[in-house]
Design a binder for this molecule. Structure first.
Ligand code: RIB
Length: 286
């Protein structure tokens, strides 16, 4: 039993690179618009498949071209998309993204069809080793997924991005919390016994029931940091499903995160022989 399930968002990413972000009320020039597949859930699912995971995704897109783009991209990576619903009516989720010369980004998400994902869309969790969740899907559905997965003995990984109010009971149904330093500070005290706090170029810190294990990052020249947190979470999930300890999974995930920031776009590309050697990664599907 090492199947991984993602319940999450699928977006079309509308990306413009610019030297620097505009201030409020300011206009700056950018490069050509690039439209690509994204969404935190979709990015996680693609990265998991590319790292060798047996992955299925639950989500929703519209009937528009953006929906076809992102659903096809996830399927092409080798993810089971039979539970990615195609809704008549709402547009596919979109994310308006700017990436600056330092490879940082700003992201504004319009949820579209993601907002229609309901508890009724959830499958049985029998045979699912690990579930990943973020807060880009309706909170009631996220809570229902975590509760049902916990009851089925599935390990629940929760990412609190984009950060917002956390529904009552969600953290109590979470086995591993994966957050960045900013989200960790906003959350404060919480009941989850196992956490990974990502620290960008400083690596991450794993805490298991009070025992702290710092993990160093790999030094790389970043090109685009969009989706690197999704790739990190995906790597932790795939390695936990394969039987790794959480510190070992996090050691692998920092290398995946390093690879992710050296490539353009939100979705992890196939792990080439070169990338495998440079970052110490095992290739999954292409
Ligand atoms: O984490 C990066 C993702 O956030 C982008 O792909 C965008 O769609 C938003 O969901």
């Amino acid at each position: 039993m090492n199947r991984v399930l993602v319940v999450g968002s699928l977006n079309a990413d509308l990306v413009v690179r610019t030297d620097r972000f505009p201030a409020a009320g300011e206009t700056v020039a950018g490069a050509d618009l690039v439209v690509g597949p994204g969404g935190k859930g979709a990015n996680q699912a693609v990265a998991m498949a590319r790292l060798g995971g047996d992955v299925a995704m639950v989500g929703a897109v519209g009937t528009d071209g953006h929906g076809t783009l992102v659903r096809d991209a996830v399927a092409a990576a080798g993810v089971d998309v039979s539970r990615v619903a195609v809704r008549r009516g709402p547009a596919t989720g979109t994310a308006v993204i700017t990436v600056d010369a330092a490879a940082d980004n700003t992201i504004v998400v319009s949820p579209g069809a993601n907002a229609t994902l309901a508890a009724a869309d959830l499958p049985s969790f029998d045979g699912v080793a690990v579930l990943t969740l973020s807060l880009e899907s309706p909170l009631g559905t996220v809570l229902a997924a975590a509760t049902a997965a916990r009851a089925a003995g599935t390990t629940v990984l929760l990412n609190l991005s984009p950060f917002g109010p956390v529904p009552d009971g969600l953290l109590e149904s979470t086995d591993v919390l994966v957050v960045n330093e900013h989200e960790a500070a906003l959350l404060g005290e919480h009941p989850v016994g196992r956490t990974v706090v990502t620290r960008g170029a400083q690596g991450c810190v794993v805490t298991e029931h009070g025992v702290r294990t710092p993990v160093d990052a790999l030094a790389v020249e970043p090109v685009d940091t969009t989706g690197s947190g999704d790739a990190f979470l995906a790597a932790v999930a795939v390695r936990l499903a394969a039987g790794d300890t959480l510190p070992d999974a996090a050691r692998y995930a920092v290398r995946v995160g390093a690879y992710a920031v050296t490539v353009d776009g939100a979705q992890l590309p196939a792990v080439t022989a070169d990338a495998g050697e440079r970052f110490g990664l095992v290739a999954g599907r292409s």
